[in-house]
Write a protein that binds this ligand. Structure first.
Ligand SMILES: Nc1ncnc2c1ncn2[C@@H]1O[C@H](COP(=O)(O)OP(=O)(O)OP(=O)(O)O)[C@@H](O)[C@H]1O
Length: 94
């Protein structure tokens, strides 16, 4: 019985991971040139464990949240833990 439970859990986790990978690919493909430049710089810093801070700013509706979704989705799809702390319109990734 426990095996069946574990199998269901694994299937569900696999399904969730497949959805996240697809979402990450879709969001990445949709990035405009400016967003893609920032996306690449931030992921490069994460993958090389540089511990850099980035301040992403722009007028309302210019795609900051979209960029954030693309980044978190990509990192989640690779089993990374993403902590997002938002305060007064300023969001930090750790
Ligand atoms: N590269 C993109 N491709 C397709 N849609 C995009 C892209 N970038 C942004 N959008 C869309 O444009 C709209 C505004 O983007 P978003 O919410 O990311 O802006 P924002 O900078 O976070 O705005 P605000 O500062 O007002 O919160 C959203 O509907 C978002 O899905």
């Amino acid at each position: 019985m426990q095996d069946a439970g574990n199998r269901l859990l694994l299937e569900e986790q696999h399904h969730a991971l497949k959805s996240t990978i697809q979402e990450a690919q879709d969001l990445k493909q949709g990035l405009n040139v400016e967003q893609r430049d920032v996306y690449d710089k931030i992921l490069d810093a994460v993958y090389h464990n540089i511990g850099q801070s980035f301040f992403v700013y722009g007028s309302g509706g210019t795609g900051k949240t979209y960029l954030w979704r693309a980044l978190t989705s990509k990192l989640h799809s690779q089993n990374n833990i993403v902590l997002v702390v938002t305060s007064s319109g300023i969001a930090h990734f750790y």
